[in-house]
Design a protein around this ligand. Structure first.
Ligand code: IMP
Ligand code: MG
Length: 197
């Protein structure tokens, strides 16, 4: 028997949540807008969506379902060394693409661009594989991302320089399953280590 239940929400986070920054309905509305732009720009060409694990899983799943263009989906996992909530730009591949992207229209799907170092590295790595085109769709962008020279055509929201969680984004692997984007109460974070997309 399957028990009836309701989805995870802010009441599950108790004091760990500072505030809801972007509610679920706004995220979904934005994804539909982005998908419409992408469909118009690619005009029926087949798109290879490359999701960056693990943060991009939610946006990838919702974006892919909102697109009318023919799509295939592939995944990369990268890890950047940094301290605490900062990334350093030293990136290594934990999981590479399954597909050869030569002559394909590749669209990188990202959860968030913070320093932009991960994306900058990823773009040059994928560019070297000879795709027909390479684009980026990122749900969120923080102010520092403006410093990097990466052409991100599809951006969901520009957000303040705060640590956010939910809708794929984690802190210490938690909170990815929240349907909204929120900020974490400062008492929750701190420490150092390796962050994995
Ligand atoms: P960047 O290299 O600084 O642009 O960020 C790399 C990765 O760090 C992103 O893809 C996210 O996985 C993670 N990240 C950056 N900012 C946040 C945040 O506010 N919350 C959760 N993860 C973040
Ligand atoms: Mg990420």
């Amino acid at each position: 028997m399957i028990a009836k239940g309701s989805a995870v929400d802010e009441t599950d986070m108790r004091a760990d949540l500072e505030k809801v920054l972007i509610p679920e309905e706004e995220l979904q509305e934005k994804i539909r807008e982005l998908a419409a732009k992408i469909d118009a720009d690619y005009a029926g060409r087949e798109i290879l969506l490359v999701g960056v694990l693990k943060g991009a899983v939610m946006v990838m799943a919702d974006l892919a379902r909102a697109l009318h263009s023919p799509v295939s989906m592939d995944w990369m996992a990268v890890s950047s060394y940094g301290s605490g909530t900062q990334s350093s730009g030293v990136v290594r591949i934990l999981k590479d693409l399954d597909a050869d992207i030569m002559d394909r229209h590749v669209l990188i799907v990202e959860d968030i661009i913070d320093s932009g170092l991960t994306l900058h590295w990823l773009m040059s790595n994928l560019e070297s594989r000879g795709p027909a085109s390479l684009g980026v769709c990122a749900l969120l962008r923080k102010p520092d991302a403006a410093k990097i020279e990466v052409d991100v055509k599809y951006i969901g929201f520009d957000i303040p320089n705060e640590f956010v969680i939910g809708y794929g984004l984690d802190y210490a692997e938690r909170y990815r399953n929240l349907p909204f984007v929120g900020t974490l109460a400062p008492h929750v974070y701190g420490g150092s280590g390796e962050q994995e997309g």
